[in-house]
Structures are given as structure tokens and as C-alpha cells.
Design a protein around this ligand. Structure first.
Ligand code: UN1
Length: 499
């Protein structure tokens, strides 16, 4: 079996524990990708010491030169796109079409970060006093600890690491234990592009050991975490206690609302992609479908027909629409939610079971599942399932639909299908989400716009776009007084000293 290593201190290294975990293909558990380090605090300590050395080099590297390295990263990712998409599908399961998109999101993020190296704007502001100059500019912070999930094995690590690097920070990456191979490929690409080796560290392992040690390390002042709301709460408590800068990206319970005037063909394509793409394992997945009375029955029956035709299978096989869930605990969790939905009185229209049969028996496959007659407040309508389960809720008015959208603790994305321009603009103002799509599903965020959610989805920060550069840098203000005399702000003014 192939043994993979951590990248610490400029070298590929075994973990201090000498222990490893296996990484298997979720579509076929007999297919072992390799074994990866089970790291602990000792490995994180070494990574931090090395990253501190890297930071001293990197923070002095001009930002445009840092951007040039990231441009190279984009070029190499583009060259290796097909190969990386393939290894990503092998360890994560989603179809090649989607993993190619995942690599493309990394490429887009790299080129954006590269250009940001020539921007990273500050401001020059007039002083209230004569012969005094006032300006703000950005400084890097230090060692950034990045903890990433399994569902976008390339895109999400790039969302975090590329802006962190463009701003001049050193990075320690702890990828989800289900997708360590993709993270290994990303680090190879960064090194090939010419990033000084101490600037990037890769620490594999579990959240409770490696992730925890990173979050608790007193020399890691910045943490960015994407994952469950439960883990995010623990990370948040620790970072709060330790006064760390923290970006959290957590759960979602995203609704697509289809009004009577909608283009139903479009809505149908949208909900299939939104709910069952990535096997529902997206923070932005469409997990609630809110349909207005007039089109409810028609849309629902057409949807069930289409879901019947979805082809489950190995994401590397031609014709596969839906891949497996990531692992066995994920299957168990989805099964439990199906039981919950049934016991709450929702109507199980299709799916609801582990999928078996030709080519499926060795993987973590689950049938695309639809619950109808779901009432607002049911657990299947309120809680994040992170699987191919769609809850359908019937409404009669715009107000009711908007209230249902907003009546959950999460606030990532929402989607409205309508031809009424007034309703479309009202949705932008009234839906409590970080992202609202009109006539498009709840997924499909682009790398150059801010990504994130309100309420318990996050803690106010955004990834992507221009906003994330604020997160990975400190604003510093410089005042330069060239008047040759003491000028007191708020006391003296341009006329001179008061009596
Ligand atoms: C996620 O849902 O976990 O919006 C990230 C999208 C992707 C990113 C999703 N670009 O579909």
C-alpha cells in the first residue's frame, strides 16, 4: 500500500506517532488509495516552527512577486486538471464533471489571488492637520491554520490558502481525513510553482487530534474552518478564549422557492442539480423545495419522474449522475433522517434507502430521496442532512414562502424561480441568506464574489472575492507629520494652537 506523508519543515515526513489511517474509494471500498499520517500535537508544533520561518521570508517578499507564484500555481493546476479531477473523484466520489469544476474553481481562485498581489489596496486620506500625511495599508498576520472539509477537496483549500498566501501569511493546512490525496496534490503544485517550502505545511489526521492542536496552538493567530456547525462552535469557543481571528463557514438548509409564474422546465433542471449534485453534500445544497399551490402537483410529479432516471454509480464511470456518500457514518446519518422524516409524518415519495445492486454494493450509495407534505418546523425541514434528501413544502403566497425560507437557524443560500421582477427584487432584500439566486439553483458560487452566510452558517466573514483579503491581513495606519512641530489631533487645527 502506498504511504503518504506530511509536508513539514520543507520535507515530506512521517508523523511523530508513526501511525497512519487508510483512505478508500467511497464508490468501491476495496480500492485503497493509500495510508496517510495520523498526526498529533508534535507534528503541529514542528509545522508551526517551520511556518514561522517561512513567514519571515514570505512577508518580506513583495506582494506582486507572491502573486506571480500564485499565477504559476494556476497554470500548473490547469495543466494537471484532468489528472487531479480523477484522483479527487477516486477519493471523494462525485462525478468527474464536478471534480473538474472543483479544480477549475482552484484555478480561478489562483488567478484572482495573483492579480490581487498587484492590488492589495490601502487608502491615502487627508489629515485634519497641515503637513501631515495619513494612510492605511495591509500587513500579513502570521501563521494561518486552515481546516477544510471533504466536499470540495480542491476548491475550499484554495479559497483559504491562496488569499492567505497573497497577503503574505504562512499556511498550515489540515485537510479532511476523507480527502488527503487531493491536499497532497495541491501542496505539490504550490512547491512546483516556487513557493518557499517553509511557507506551506500539510498536516494530515483527525480533527480531534491534528485539527485541535492547530486551533489551540498559541502561535497560530488566524484560523479558518469550514465544516459542521457543532465543530465550528468548539473551534469558535477556543478562538474566542485565545483572541484569535477566525472565519467560520458551516451548515446550510437552503431553499429553492418556485412560484406559480416560474418556468417549470428551468426549475426542474435547477432542483435536480441543486439537490442531488455532489450527492447533496454541499453547504449550498438545495435541501428544501418550496412550491406554490398552482404548480405544486405538476412540478412534484415531474420531479419524481426525473429522479427515477438519475444514474447512481462510480463518479469515474461514463453516464454517472450521482456518486456515493463520503463514508459509512454519512450513510447512517442519512438513514436516520429518513426514519425521522417518516416518523414526523412526511410523505416518502421516492428513495429513502441505501442503494444496492450492480456496481453499488461496495460503495456508500444512497438513493436520491424526496419527502413531500413536509411541514415547517419538522426536523427534516430544519436540520442539515448533508445527503441526497429533499424536503418539499407547499405554500400559497410569497410572504409564506419567504417566511419559510427565513425560518431556519442557517442562512447560506436561497433561490427563487419567478418571472415577476418585483418578486425577484423583494427576494434579494428580504431573504436572510448570504447568497440569493434568481432563476438558478442554490449552488453555483463564483470564485471572484464573496461567499458565505448569515445566522448560524458563519460568523460574519466571507471567503472568495475581495472580502477575504481583509480577513487575511491587518489594517495598519501610518501618520507622517512633516510640519516640524508638535501638532495635536483634535486640539490644534489648521489655524494653529488654541488659546
Ligand atoms: C459548498 O457548498 O460547500 O457554490 C461550496 C458552489 C460552489 C462552492 C460550494 N462553487 O456550488
Amino acid at each position: 500500500m502506498k504511504t503518504f506523508k506530511n509536508f513539514i519543515g520543507g520535507k515530506w515526513q512521517d508523523p511523530a506517532s508513526s501511525e497512519y489511517f487508510e483512505n478508500r474509494n467511497p464508490a468501491n471500498c476495496d480500492d485503497v488509495i493509500g495510508q496517510f499520517p495520523l498526526s498529533d500535537q508534535r507534528d503541529v508544533d514542528c509545522a508551526v516552527q517551520s511556518a514561522k520561518r517561512g513567514f519571515e521570508i514570505w512577508r518580506r517578499t513583495p506582494a506582486p512577486a507572491r502573486g506571480d507564484v500564485l499565477r504559476q500555481v494556476g497554470d500548473i493546476l490547469a495543466k494537471r486538471k484532468e489528472e487531479i479531477a480523477d484522483l479527487m473523484t477516486r477519493e471523494m466520489g462525485k462525478p468527474l464533471l464536478e471534480t473538474r469544476g472543483d479544480v477549475q474553481e482552484g484555478i480561478d481562485t489562483a488567478y484572482y489571488a495573483a492579480s490581487e498581489g498587484r492590488r492589495l489596496f490601502g487608502r491615502t486620506v487627508p489629515s485634519e492637520l497641515r503637513n501631515k500625511w495619513a494612510m492605511s495599508f495591509r500587513r500579513p498576520i502570521g501563521v494561518a491554520g486552515l481546516i477544510t472539509p471533504f466536499n470540495f477537496p480542491m476548491a475550499i483549500p484554495t479559497w483559504k490558502s491562496f488569499p492567505a498566501l497573497a497577503c503574505g501569511n504562512a499556511v498550515i493546512l489540515k485537510p479532511a481525513e476523507d480527502v488527503p490525496h487531493t491536499a497532497t496534490a495541491l501542496v505539490e503544485v504550490l512547491l512546483e510553482a516556487g513557493l518557499p517550502p517553509d511557507v506551506i505545511q500539510l498536516v494530515h489526521g483527525q480533527g480531534e487530534s491534528a485539527g485541535k492542536a492547530l486551533v489551540e496552538h498559541h502561535e497560530v493567530p488566524v484560523i479558518s474552518f469550514t465544516g459542521s456547525t457543532e465543530t465550528g462552535r468548539i473551534v469558535g469557543e477556543t478562538c474566542g478564549r485565545m483572541h484569535k481571528r477566525l472565519s467560520l463557514e458551516m451548515g446550510g438548509k437552503n431553499a429553492m422557492i418556485v412560484f406559480d409564474d416560474a418556468d417549470l422546465d428551468l426549475a426542474l433542471d435547477g432542483v435536480l442539480w441543486g439537490a442531488f449534485g455532489t450527492t447533496g453534500q454541499r453547504c449550498t445544497a438545495t435541501s428544501r423545495l418550496v412550491i406554490q399551490d398552482g404548480v405544486h402537483d405538476e412540478l412534484l410529479s415531474r420531479l419524481v419522474e426525473r429522479v427515477r432516471t438519475l444514474k447512481l454509480g462510480d463518479g469515474r464511470a461514463k453516464g454517472t449522475d450521482v456518486g456515493p456518500l463520503i463514508n459509512e457514518p454519512a450513510v447512517k446519518k442519512v438513514e436516520q433522517y429518513v426514519d425521522i422524516g417518516v416518523s414526523e409524518g412526511a410523505d416518502l415519495l421516492i428513495g429513502g434507502r441505501r442503494a444496492t445492486g450492480k456496481g453499488l454494493d461496495k460503495g456508500h450509495f444512497f438513493e436520491p430521496t424526496i419527502f413531500a407534505r413536509v411541514e415547517h418546523g419538522m426536523r427534516v425541514e430544519q436540520e442539515e442532512i448533508f445527503g441526497p434528501v429533499l424536503s418539499v413544502i407547499r405554500v400559497s403566497s410569497v410572504d409564506e414562502a419567504f417566511a419559510i425560507n427565513n425560518g431556519v437557524k442557517y442562512g447560506l443560500s436561497s433561490s427563487v424561480y419567478t418571472r415577476d421582477v418585483n418578486v425577484a427584487f423583494r427576494a434579494q432584500l428580504e431573504l436572510d441568506n448570504g447568497i440569493t439566486y434568481i432563476n438558478a439553483p442554490t449552488i453555483g458560487a463564483e470564485a471572484h464574489l464573496p461567499f458565505g452566510g448569515v445566522k448560524q452558517t458563519g460568523n460574519g466573514h466571507r471567503e472568495g472575492g475581495w472580502e477575504v483579503y481583509e480577513f487575511y491581513s491587518e489594517t495598519k495606519v501610518g501618520y507622517i507629520d512633516f510640519s516640524g512641530q508638535l501638532q495635536r489631533a483634535q486640539i490644534d487645527n489648521y489655524l494653529g494652537t488654541p488659546d
